[in-house]
Design a protein around this ligand. Structure first.
Ligand code: UTP
Length: 415
């Protein structure tokens, strides 16, 4: 651990000496905790953003974008090759070459949950937790392949203990706990408009989760990458916690990605209306990328192929397969950071906690979808929306517990 003098030298160099402002008022334990927090900060990233003047549009390259559609592996094509895709997928699953990454580090603010989103009970006549539904879905694959799928659960500092306790309390929902591993995603400090790191307590840096794009670098940093290597994993299936119809480590999807030779596969739902608000997988300057619906011009949004299908049609659902060897080539600094202005509670010069009414600083996040471009190629793999996509994002209406229940019932799930 760094001494006070070492911390002072480091922070002076970085222009962040104010972090030690209340050092003398802290207990020995709090001082040690603050030192550990400071050691965790990636000052080079903050410097980088400062130099760029926190230019939020910087990574967007609005003017240089040249878009082209991407060919989707259609339901009909998948059906026609089902047996060979399944056989390839099961072969890899049996050899434990596929791991699953559950992204559970989010804060679920739209749903208004304080703890892990996976603890939400979506049952009606009995308890059915979100985590439970996901494990049940994964068990279908385990039973089909006759092998456990290693599952890595990414939590955040804010929900890690509660997530682990819940899995233990629920006896891992029937899963083999030897194949479940937890790790925490990294945190990024929030800064004010001048790039000064904010304190949310006298000895507490205002950290927040660094977005779901940090899943791989955090896996490496946590040391769990050794477990990934020990299994001999070649593919990692990353998925969101909130899609309760999620098919995880889907053998045909694994088989299709593996046989196509791609570095990455993305499950997509076919857009059924040009104005649907989903990110669409396409080529941007020759590289696969996800383009937000509002970034497509009217002409591109409405463009159709010779069969009358929309050309820009593959809506992503946050279920991706990544080839491990390619992930190792992706440098964290290549990931575009999304810089958002936020109201961030902080302690002022007198040590008083201030809850600002206006935005007072920036938070930083990376997104998993940015990895697709960095992979260089991608297989868009079509799924039936009603069978595989029931996200729970909001309290009511679209993508809510209620809409997910309806879809679960349609798929024969008793609630
Ligand atoms: P969302 O973008 O829906 O974010 O995450 P969220 O935090 O769950 O919900 P809101 O936006 O606050 O309402 C998509 C997936 O990425 C994970 C989430 O847990 C979810 O599975 N995620 C998000 C992380 O693991 N870490 C993050 O920092 C952000």
């Amino acid at each position: 651990m760094l001494s006070y003098e070492e911390l002072q030298t480091l922070l002076k160099k970085e222009g962040q000496e104010h972090l030690l402002r209340f050092y003398d008022e802290l207990s020995a334990e709090e001082q040690a905790s603050l030192a550990r927090q400071i050691e965790r900060v990636d000052f080079s990233l903050i410097d980088y953003f400062k130099q760029k003047n926190f230019n939020k549009g910087e990574h967007k390259e609005e003017d240089k974008k040249e878009l082209a559609p991407m060919k989707i592996m259609s339901l009909a094509e998948i059906e026609a090759q089902k047996e060979s895709l399944y056989a390839e997928g099961v072969k890899l699953l049996k050899a434990q070459k596929v791991g699953a990454i559950l992204l559970a580090g989010g804060q679920g603010s739209r749903l208004g949950v304080s703890g892990p989103k996976g603890k939400v009970d979506i049952g009606v006549t009995k308890t059915v937790y979100i985590f439970e539904m996901l494990i049940r879905n994964l068990m279908d694959v385990v039973n089909g392949a006759g092998a456990w799928v290693p599952l890595f659960v990414m939590t955040s500092e804010k929900n890690d203990a509660e997530t682990r306790e819940f899995f233990a309390e629920q006896d891992f929902f029937g899963y083999n706990k030897d194949f479940v591993h937890f790790y925490m995603q990294d945190m990024m400090p929030a800064v004010d408009f001048e790039g000064k790191i904010l304190l949310e307590g006298k000895g507490q840096i205002a950290f927040s989760p660094n977005g779901n794009g940090g899943w791989f670098s955090s896996l490496v940093k946590s040391g769990l990458i050794d477990a990934v290597n020990a299994y001999g994993i070649e593919w990692l299936n990353v998925f969101a916690v909130d899609n309760v119809l999620q098919r995880i480590a889907d053998p045909c999807f694994v088989g299709a990605s593996s046989l196509s030779g791609t570095n990455c596969g993305a499950k997509v739902v076919r857009k059924n209306h040009p104005d649907e608000k989903v990110g669409v997988l396409c080529l941007e300057n020759g590289q696969p990328n996800i383009v937000e619906y509002y970034e497509l011009t009217d002409t591109l949004r409405n463009a159709k192929d010779e069969n009358g299908d929309y050309l820009y049609a593959g809506g992503v659902i946050l279920n991706y397969l990544f080839r491990l060897s390619k992930l190792h080539e992706i440098n964290n600094l290549q990931m575009p950071y999304h810089i958002a202005e936020k109201k961030i509670p902080y302690v002022d010069g007198e040590g008083k906690l201030v809850t600002p009414a206006e935005n007072n600083g920036y938070k930083f996040e990376t997104l998993v979808l940015s990895m697709i471009r960095l992979c260089g190629d991608c297989l868009p793999y079509e799924i039936v929306r009603e069978k595989e996509f029931a996200p729970i994002k909001n309290r009511a209406g679209v993508d809510s517990v209620e809409s997910a229940r309806e879809l679960l019932r349609l798929n024969g799930v008793e609630l």
